[in-house]
Design a protein around this ligand. Structure first.
Ligand code: ADP
Ligand code: MG
Length: 478
């Protein structure tokens, strides 16, 4: 058991001081946002001061501050409270062209620029004590039916989701299975369904979980001898939403547990909602009895959005972000980014970021610059397997050893470097990365990341090796 201080924060977390505290916060944040958003909005932040549970972070501009507070304040808050405890306080220091940076506390309106003689330091400490209320359900309130744009490509899935949200367990759409390619709105729709059912009281216990998290929790429950508790929890909900069930593939024990959960809920008339990247009958590595259960309700697909829908989505997203995108820029992006909605969002974020950081006007020229970079990165994401192969080639080791239990020094180092690069260069969550390394858990990945970071600062040769690997991966995938 680790030592605890009076706010319940493990002492070891605080020992590494500011860099470690911030790295731990970032690790939590990174689990929740896309890699593009992470790069754009979180990597440029510089932690500047830690005083007890008060942390000050420096952001490049006022625009940056507004954006972070407007979009990510609850995320940052919950990361901070989980690392620093309930008494955590957050201050922003906003880089200013004048000598003194502006200091503001989180969620206060940004002070108007002061005359140069005025006092430029302002502090309004607030306690970060509110918890994200939806934590029990794992539902993200950001995803609603209201901000889900309707189009031919998602019409059936959206209509079915709304029908189920209005009457969970009471329609013939049980289970509702939504399938389709990545970035097409499956997760958004499922959260919207859950949020609607909960806020209207149509369901009182709703739980959203990804199949990966379900698997990890189940394995942990076995280890802790708490399978009964685990099963009871999922078998007592009104609405169970399981995302990306393709990741149940090959996990026989988990599938067996899920099969019984499914049956119990189904027999009780409770609603089950699932998503997958392919139609249920094409799922590989899943037990036939599960697949046949999945097919007894409604299966609805989401398709890539057509041009009209892409234009509508871009218009809506820029409006949501309070930014006025010229119509020719919207048309240009919509015409060129065709594959999915996540990619459309990625372009918008980069566009705003470039415009604000380089102080450029948002026009078609800027959009062209942004697209060149973003489209390439998104179209050819580096995979964890590719990283594992490259790292093993470099260290001259067989790749299986990365997934094996061995703790031989040279394997441990290669494994940590591969985990580090996976976190840096792919979109994958810490959980996914852990799963690719022999089912290790996300805290092992965080630990590996930290170990590599630490060593990079003290060992020049090691740093050069890691840089070389990163360059090699980037160049060979472009
Ligand atoms: P999937 O789960 O299918 O991979 P997501 O639900 O995560 O896709 O969608 C990716 C991003 O695109 C999310 O930010 C989501 O809010 C957005 N998105 C997807 N479809 C729509 C839509 N029809 N209207 C508005 N935003 C959408
Ligand atoms: Mg999804």
């Amino acid at each position: 058991m680790s030592l605890q201080n009076d706010v319940g924060t493990p002492i070891e977390t605080l020992e590494g001081g500011l860099p470690r505290v911030w790295a731990n916060c970032l690790a939590k944040i990174q689990e929740e946002v896309s890699s593009l958003s992470f790069k754009t909005w979180f990597q440029p932040i510089v932690p500047v001061k830690l005083d007890g549970a008060d942390i000050t972070i420096k952001v490049p501009s006022q625009f940056f501050y507004d954006w972070l507070e407007g979009h990510y304040s609850s995320l940052i808050r919950s990361a901070l409270t989980s690392v620093l405890g309930e008494t955590a306080k957050l201050y922003y220091s906003i880089a200013s062209e004048e000598a003194q940076d502006l200091l503001v506390e989180a969620s206060s309106p940004l002070p108007k620029p002061q005359p140069p003689s005025g006092n430029r330091q302002q502090q309004f400490p607030v306690r970060i004590s509110e918890r994200i209320s939806a934590i029990q359900s794992n539902l993200n309130p950001r995803y609603t039916f209201d901000n889900f744009i309707k189009g031919d490509s998602n019409q059936l899935a959206r209509a079915a989701a709304m029908a189920v949200a209005n009457n969970p367990g009471g329609t013939s759409f049980n289970p509702l299975v939504i399938y389709g390619g990545t970035g097409l709105g499956k997760t958004h729709l499922m959260h919207a369904l859950g949020n609607y059912a909960l806020t209207t009281g149509k369901a009182s216990r709703a739980v959203y979980i990804s199949s990966e998290k379900f698997t990890i929790d189940f394995v942990e429950a076995i280890q802790a001898d708490r399978v009964n508790e685990f099963s009871l929890f999922y078998r007592s909900v009104d609405l169970l939403i399981v995302d990306d069930i393709q990741f149940f593939s090959g996990k026989e024990k988990t599938q067996d547990n899920f099969f019984h959960t499914f049956n119990t809920l189904y027999q009780l008339g409770k609603q089950i909602v699932l998503s997958s990247d392919v139609p249920p009958k094409e799922l590989k590595g899943l037990d036939d009895r599960l697949i046949s259960r999945f097919q007894c309700g409604l299966t609805a697909d989401v398709q890539p959005p057509d041009l009209e829908t892409r234009i509508a989505i871009l218009g809506k997203k820029s409006e949501e972000n309070g930014l006025d995108l010229p119509q020719d820029v919207i048309d240009f992006i919509a015409a060129n980014v065709t594959s999915n909605i996540r990619e459309l969002e990625g372009c918008l974020i980069s566009l705003f970021a470039r415009a604000s950081l380089e102080n450029r006007e948002i026009n078609v020229d800027l959009a062209k610059d942004v697209l060149r970079v973003v489209v390439n990165e998104l179209k050819n994401p580096i995979s964890i397997e590719q990283i594992q192969r490259t790292v093993c080639e470099f260290y001259n080791l067989p790749t299986d050893l990365l997934r094996a239990k061995t703790r031989k020094q040279e394997v441990v180092i290669a494994r940590q470097v591969a985990m580090y690069l996976s976190k840096d260069l792919t979109n994958s969550s810490l959980k996914t990365i852990g799963l690719h390394f022999g089912g290790r858990d996300h805290s092992t990945v965080i630990h590996a990341y930290q170990a590599v970071e630490d060593r990079i600062t003290t060992d020049t040769v090691f740093r050069q090796n890691v840089d070389q690997l990163r360059r090699h991966l980037r160049l060979n995938h472009a």
